[in-house]
Design a protein around this ligand. Structure first.
Ligand code: FAD
Length: 580
């Protein structure tokens, strides 16, 4: 089934997420311009990227003679992508970007990821590399490299992972030897490097974490380096090939079109980015940007799986409908199938809303009127980022799985494409910091000393529920959102006083509770915006919010008991007593 990116849905979700406050701070960005950007992206995602999704899956990236080749059609699509200015939306105009808000970029990214997640990973990482250089790069790096990333003529990678250093980057071993001319030589092996090599663009910029010989142990001794596939001459032209390249690519469950490379660094000429031994902090700029983009991948793949399931459910006929009496009925007319489809769409909108809310806060953290409002927005953005990444990517997998179920046996057969969405979705909870690590980040660093960051968010949800309670159509939704916010408040109170090992046992259930509740709030805000409208698609926003409030939020409230209950003594469970 062909996918159609919906600029209309995203424009609406953006408004519900508070985008008007961001637009008000961008004098050149009126509503029509923002819609034109979304429309253009929707066309590109639908007409150029989506038709290549299957090609990418079946053909995959190929590794031959030490070089990676992208699947057929990807190179032309990439050139059109760069020529269309899609690489540069939120980058600073000083570096050739368009200076548009992050929230708009994330909305656009959703459409590209839904169109073709394997393809969209390449510009997504390029964007992160550009942000890291804009913030921490030297004058030379910002003059010679950054504009090439922004205009898409070069692409970027993020090279952290090594065989012995995945979640734990303290174990990194890649060495950076200082050279007499002030540059460095990188030696080591990086694994799982997305788009580490390819033929889409003329050069590749690698941001690599490594340690100098006298660096202190652990993460305090990690520095960030820039190395390129081809040397960059002082005039900006390309020089000889550098000693960094792919040794192989992985054969993997999904995103076959995206090459996942083992990279060998054999004395690669490199430059330091930012300060020595501050590499992890500098890389966090890139990782935080990427986390939100990965979060929106969850909504993206969910939307695509939903559209496909909805179309299938209207074609496939089985049994008699208890509603219409039709025989054979469209499976769409069976209550259980329709419930599944409603749940899919509601969860997609909730994940989308949560990610867009996070992006709006990141814009307000830069553009807020005063220091206090910028600090409040930053704190909210930091709180929401691990939830947006984890909860939304879990939703992506769940929704893709439901989509497969709607197809029955045909879902399990590759021909329909439903299986590809399920396989593609599965990586998102793993990369960019596994969802388990995100949950630890949430409870360990983001809640605030006594949970005040989350308490303030709950207070906002309660205030918004109180406002909605006055409207008849919205009152039942408001009541459930208020129940959810109170449950999250109670759970937060318990979490902040738990001993650290106990808190870790509960981190993932707590993050899920937060995502379930905030997702419900995101839908309620859509319902509030749609209230009183006559258009059927807007009335459906209220139905979706009510459905989620009735079906998902009560389960979230019940699940909050897990946080308050006695924590299972997992330390006492010996692995040998679990094994057969
Ligand atoms: C397709 C793909 C693309 C990727 N792209 C890139 C890329 O472009 N650049 C890059 O640098 N990396 C990339 N990665 C690597 C990815 O970020 C890592 O796989 C991820 O960070 C997890 O590391 P790991 O695989 O070593 O798992 P581990 O760290 O070994 O984790 C295994 C399990 O243990 C859990 N765990 C580990 N430590 C803890 C802890 N302290 N507390 C609780 N639980 C813990 C994890 O949550 C996980 O469930 C990619 C990976 C894949 C598969």
């Amino acid at each position: 089934m062909s996918f159609r990116a919906s600029a209309r849905d995203l424009a609406f979700a953006l408004r519900a997420a508070g985008f008007d406050a961001v637009r008000a701070r961008h004098p050149d960005l009126d509503a029509d311009t923002a819609e034109a950007v979304l429309d253009g992206a929707a066309r590109f995602a639908t007409e150029v990227l989506a038709p290549l999704n299957r090609v990418g899956d079946t053909q995959g990236a190929r590794f031959r003679d030490g070089q990676v080749r992208a699947p057929e059609g990807f190179t032309q699509a990439y050139r059109a992508f760069a020529a269309g200015g899609w690489t540069a939306l939120s980058a600073d105009p000083e570096h050739g970007g368009q200076g548009l808000p992050k929230a708009l970029e994330i909305a656009v990214s959703e459409m590209f990821q839904a169109g073709n997640m394997a393809f969209a990973l390449c510009p997504m990482l390029t964007l992160g590399a550009a942000e890291a250089l804009a913030r921490h790069g030297s004058e030379r790096q910002r003059r010679l490299v950054l504009p090439r990333l922004v205009d898409g003529s070069w692409t970027g990678t993020m090279q952290l992972t090594e065989p012995q250093a995945g979640s734990d980057l303290a174990n990194l071993r890649t060495r950076a030897e200082p050279a007499p001319d002030g540059s460095y030589r990188l030696t080591g092996e990086k694994i799982f490097i997305t788009w580490g090599d390819h033929d889409l663009a003329e050069n590749i910029v690698h941001l690599v974490l490594a340690r100098t010989p006298d660096a202190p142990p652990g993460v305090r001794g990690v520095s960030l380096f820039l190395t390129t596939k081809y040397a960059v001459r002082d005039g900006g032209g390309l020089g000889e090939a550098n000693a960094v390249g792919p040794a192989s690519i992985e054969h993997k469950l999904g995103i076959h079109g995206s090459p996942t490379c083992v990279m060998q660094l054999e004395g690669a000429r490199a430059e330091l980015v930012g300060e020595l031994n501050h590499g992890l902090a500098h890389m966090f700029v890139m990782m935080n940007a990427a986390r939100l983009h990965v979060g929106i991948q969850g909504a993206a793949i969910g939307e695509r799986a939903f559209q496909q399931a909805l179309a299938f459910a209207q074609e496939r006929r089985q049994g008699r409908s208890v509603w219409s009496g039709d025989y054979p009925a469209r499976i769409y007319d069976h209550p259980d199938v329709r419930r599944t489809l409603m749940l899919m769409k509601a969860k997609v909108e909730a994940a989308r809303g949560l990610c867009l809310m996070t992006a709006v806060q990141s814009d307000l953290a830069r553009l807020g009127d005063c220091a206090a409002s910028r600090a409040a927005a930053l704190s909210r953005q930091e709180l929401l980022t691990p939830i947006a990444k984890s909860w939304s990517t879990d939703v992506g997998v769940e929704v893709a799985s439901m989509g497969l179920q709607v197809h029955g046996g045909m879902g399990f057969i590759e021909e329909t494409g439903a299986a590809q969405h399920y396989r593609d979705a599965r990586i998102a909870p793993i990369y960019e910091g596994t969802n388990g690590i995100q949950a630890l980040d949430l409870i360990g660093r983001k809640l605030g000393h006594a949970g005040e960051a989350m308490n303030e968010l709950c207070a906002d949800m309660l205030a918004s529920a109180a406002r909605m309670a006055a409207q008849r159509d919205l009152a039942p939704i408001a009541a459930r959102v208020a129940d959810g916010a109170r449950a999250l408040l109670d759970a937060t109170r318990v979490m902040v006083w738990r001993e650290w090992p106990e808190a870790q046992v509960l981190a993932t259930p707590y993050l899920k509770l937060a995502g379930d509740v905030i997702g419900g709030w995101a839908l309620a805000r859509q319902a509030e915006l749609a209230a009183g409208a006559e258009a059927p698609w807007l009335k459906t926003r209220i139905a979706l919010a009510a459905f989620y409030a009735g079906q998902v939020l009560p389960q979230a409230v019940a699940a909050a008991d897990v946080i308050a209950a006695a924590v299972p003594d997992l330390e006492a469970v010996r692995a040998d007593t679990l094994s057969p």
